[in-house]
Design a protein around this ligand. Structure first.
Ligand SMILES: [Ca+2]
Length: 227
């Protein structure tokens, strides 16, 4: 084989390697930001959508200057705005929840309506939906509450589609909080509600952090033993 042919084969191999590496990086889902914290102090709704309307208002849990978002739903039997749901598809609320170490969502919520609601999280991924096994009750007139809803395989159940858990939790396309009483459903229930939300954050659980540290230590010991 000539020197020329060897060199062009080498260049082809290097080119293929670079192309494969670039494709691998491009196809890797970005991770949700673990430090995401939506305080709504900028007077926007930070691209949260849902209900009949979603409005940034003053007078939250922290006093007159504390902004929050109010989500309204009309409780009609069907149609847009009938259900109390609000959702976000921004990069800071989507992507790979697993590698980011997200194990829950925490937020402040107040029920300003006449009816109690039961809140669940919903993760959308490739045509599938996962929602909380257990709902959290937010009674009418109870004032601001801090609510934490776990996000892990045993806390969520698939209510739509066929996407497996490992694929879903690493590739979330939309994040939602909604009223869904009783048995977990794929579409929630209609309710006439007015709910305030503030300080929405993605959180890890202390248990998960110590477990990850433990797994890291085990891996290090194993590497040392093998080395
Ligand atoms: Ca606020």
């Amino acid at each position: 084989m000539s020197v020329c042919a060897t060199r062009s084969m080498y260049q082809l191999a290097v080119g293929s390697f670079i192309a494969a590496a670039a494709m691998s990086l491009a196809s890797r889902a970005h991770a949700i930001d673990l430090n995401t914290l939506d305080t709504f102090q900028d007077q926007s709704v930070l691209n949260w959508l849902g209900g009949t309307s979603i409005t940034n208002k003053p007078g939250g849990r922290g006093g007159a200057a504390d902004r929050y978002v109010q989500v309204d739903s009309n409780g009609n039997s069907s149609g847009a705005g009938s259900r109390l749901a609000f959702h976000n598809s921004d990069a800071r609320w989507t992507g790979d929840f697993l590698s980011a170490g997200v194990t829950g969502v925490q937020f402040d919520a107040a029920n300003f309506g006449a009816l109690g609601v039961e809140l669940r999280v919903v993760l959308f991924s490739s045509g599938s939906r996962w929602t909380s096994v257990q709902s959290v009750a937010l009674p009418a007139g109870a004032g601001w509450q801090t609510i934490t809803i776990p996000i892990n395989q045993s806390a969520l159940t698939r209510v739509l589609g066929t996407n497996a858990w490992p694929d879903s939790i690493t590739n979330v396309s939309q994040f939602m909080i909604r009223h869904d009483p009783g048995t977990p459903s794929s579409g929630g229930s209609a309710v006439d509600a007015t709910i305030g939300f503030d300080n929405i954050r993605a959180v890890p659980s202390p248990g998960a952090v110590s477990m990850l540290v433990g797994v890291g230590l085990l891996a290090t010991r194993r590497r040392r033993r093998l080395g």
